[in-house]
Design a protein around this ligand. Sequence first.
Ligand code: LMR
Length: 343
Amino acid sequence: MRVCSHVKALCGGLLALLAASASGPVAAADSPIVVKFSHVVAANTPKGKAADYFAKRVAELTHGKVKVEVYPNSQLYKDKEEIEALQLGSVQMLAPSLSKFAQLGVREFEAFDLPFLFNDEKSLHAVTNGPVGKRLLQKLDSRGITGLAYWDNGFKVMSANRPLKSVEDYKGLRMRIQPSKVLDAQMQALGAVPMVLAFSETQQALQTHVVDGTENPPSNLYTQNMHLVQKHLSVTHHGYLGYALVVNKRFWDGLPAPLQSALSKAVAESTQVGNDIALQDNQQALEKIKSAGKTTIYQPTLEERVQLRRALLPVQTQMAERIGAQTLQDIYRATGQKPIPAP
Ligand code: LMR
């Protein structure tokens, strides 16, 4: 037993050592510092394009001293693994969706999943660009992660193989969700059966009827060909999906100051560029889905939207304790909304 525990301690030490050396910005005199940037979506998505733009600007601003290698489409890691890889320093950068940070124990990020919390990008940005957004990113520090920025994707649509018009239409549908308790509660509030699946597995799960439907902004549905296996899409815009651009903290802190400030400039520029792309891409993706001719796109009527909102609003109060009542109040304040009274 004692030998075992010694071996364990030794292995633990070695792992920590490996992680430390893997994450430090090591570069030979004439070779660039390499930043591996892993993500799970296609290259021609808002996140994929923002990541590529970031890589291009970093090369320009650092005169080739830093090289960002972008690995799209879960080529390196799937959802959960990529966060572990970041902490270990096997990759240096990611932009996971905000729904995926609760896995690290930072549950406040699930606030962004709350249905009907943001009316539009403006109210969302009031949160991400304000003190709440900053505070949430800082919470990642203790996990060995530095939060650099928020990147938009957009507002989500719902899809399935049957029309999704009234709330009753969701009853019994197995809906793929991201690993978020708020999204779980949201689907349950509709009478659907939430199923957590990695993004990279979703298209196939839809195709083979492991799940019946899903939610995502149109750009994600289209670029994964989910529309080819979903007959109906409803433009519900019931919730938001965005990202936190994050970097391994040890790597970031170890960068020479001039390089760190060049990367910060590239972050600010790519955030702006990416957010503009996100708006356009989601609009265009809807049109492309329509012209592919496999999916009927439905715009809910005002009454149907009111009904959906009424069914989903209680999720805000239901999840307040998990997210943190104060964080939620701060978000309401930033977006200029009145707190939802207890049911
Ligand atoms: C999803 O898993 O549905 C999305 O978060 C994927 C992404 O990164 O946009």
